[in-house]
Design a protein around this ligand. Structure first.
Ligand code: ADP
Ligand code: MG
Length: 254
């Protein structure tokens, strides 16, 4: 039997908290699944809400299951199938004030490796949805050790999100010399506001990347969230759904 254990695409989506990483990741996963691809989305934000609209519920986190079950932990405890067969995983976070979120990611990734998560489920595409406010050693793990290959940064025109984008691009550059992940571009998730487009375009040069895709702000996102659905599932004929499909097409061409 010929098995393809290596995913075709390993993607990391980085950006400041609240900028729209999980919305874009989940819709990208859903759009890729429509193309017949097996997708695994791994939420790497202590908020652990990356996959909730794909799974329709909060997925038990690797760190929580590990704490409870210790050595008895199994893949099926934390890999949950969501919309169109998308595999949903949430790393989770430490107890606030006690542990370090970066260390948490490292522990969760070690656990997934130990249990052969990728080899077992054999996804075609793996998407890491990573909080990029601080790119410490833990949050940089998806950039290293062959986890992600293609990196996308999400930002609006807001100063703090562009600042985070700049820091993430520096982190990618640091590891790139060692042959790891490459930055493929900035995904502009519009929040509106004056001079937003201009600010993003000016920042691109400093960040040293290109504009990969632009998403408009659209209330259809909130309408679908009320039904606990992604836009691809809840409003498949909307303009925004087609924008997510366009992103999926471009990402696969990279
Ligand atoms: P992050 O994962 O970066 O913390 P989220 O994806 O959770 O951010 O996005 C925060 C909120 O922003 C979401 O709950 C969603 O309602 C809203 N949002 C994201 N993208 C859009 C968009 N294109 N149009 C309207 N609202 C959006
Ligand atoms: Mg998120």
């Amino acid at each position: 039997m010929i098995t393809n254990t290596k995913p075709i695409k390993r993607i990391a989506i980085y950006g400041k908290g609240g900028i729209g990483k999980s919305t874009i990741s989940a819709n990208l996963s859903a759009a890729l699944s429509e193309r017949g691809l097996k997708v695994m989305q791994i939420g790497c934000d202590p908020k652990a809400d990356s996959t909730m609209y794909l799974a329709r519920e909060k997925v038990p986190t690797v760190l929580n299951v590990l704490k409870e079950k210790k050595n008895a932990i199994q893949l099926s405890d934390f890999v949950k199938e969501g919309f169109n067969g998308v595999l949903c995983v949430e790393v989770g976070g430490p107890t606030p004030g006690v542990g370090c979120a970066g260390q948490g990611i490292i522990a969760a990734f070690q656990q997934m490796k130990k249990l052969n998560a990728i080899e077992t489920y054999q996804p075609d595409v793996v998407i890491y949805d990573v909080l990029g406010d601080v790119v410490c050693g833990g949050f940089a793990v998806p950039l290293r050790d062959g986890y992600a290959e293609d990196v996308y940064i999400i930002s609006s025109g807001e100063r703090m999100s562009l600042y985070a984008a700049y820091n993430i691009s520096r982190a990618v550059q640091n590891f790139r010399s060692r042959g790891y992940a490459t930055l493929k571009g900035l995904i502009f998730n519009s929040k509106g506001g004056e001079n937003e487009v201009q600010r993003v375009h000016e920042a691109l040069e400093e960040i040293g990347t290109n504009l990969f895709h632009k998403f408009p702000r659209d209330p259809v996102v909130q309408q679908c969230e009320k039904e606990k659905k992604t836009v691809i599932e809840g409003a498949p004929n909307s303009k925004l759904a087609n924008e997510y499909r366009e992103l999926a097409r471009k990402v696969m061409e990279q």
